[in-house]
Design a binder for this molecule. Sequence first.
Ligand code: CA
Length: 231
Amino acid sequence: MVLVMIKILIVEDEPNMRMGLRDNLEFEGYEVDLASDGEEGVEKAITEKYNLILLDVMLPKVSGFEICKQVRAKGIKTPIILITAKGEEIDKVLGLELGADDYVTKPFSLRELLARIKAVLRRGTNEVEQDEDATIGLLNVNFKTYSAFVDGNSVQMSHKEYEILKYLWQNKNSTVSRDNLLNDIWGYDENPTTRTVDNFILKLRQKIEIDSNHPKIILTVHGIGYKLITS
Ligand code: CA
């Protein structure tokens, strides 16, 4: 099960390093956002939503440690991997104490970095926790307790319907293709068709939309798939 659109913020002041990391991570299928100094880094880390932050320690304006501290002080639990330089052993400990999840030491191989990113993402269920409870208009869903209400009235949904809704919620306001849904919800071993996806969406709409003929939550993106709209 691979979630689409894993978004990583890279905070790194050295242009070559920044661009190199971006190219490599994009090649691996991650969506990448960049910040070139500490000030921009802290701003983005606090205002945008990421699955992971790759944070250089030695940065102009605001250090990586300071960013770590500020981000955690705001209650943001996004996993952070620190990039430290050789010989900064004490810094590593300090970084972890300040709320970083892991670190890599320059120079590091791409392979090592990717392994750490994957491990931290696997561990980091924070994103999921933040997304446990969804309120969209009159709809309120809790993906942990599997309960859903429309205008205060309980709605019965199947496990698969919860999974689809959760997937759309995690990718809210972005278009999710039928193929994304097929691969990530049904997996490769089952044999559903895009028609199966459409039928499930139809049933889901009948349960969560006020008027399923004029959906306001799950919109059709013609020829591609669906988009869950939160406002
Ligand atoms: Ca640096």
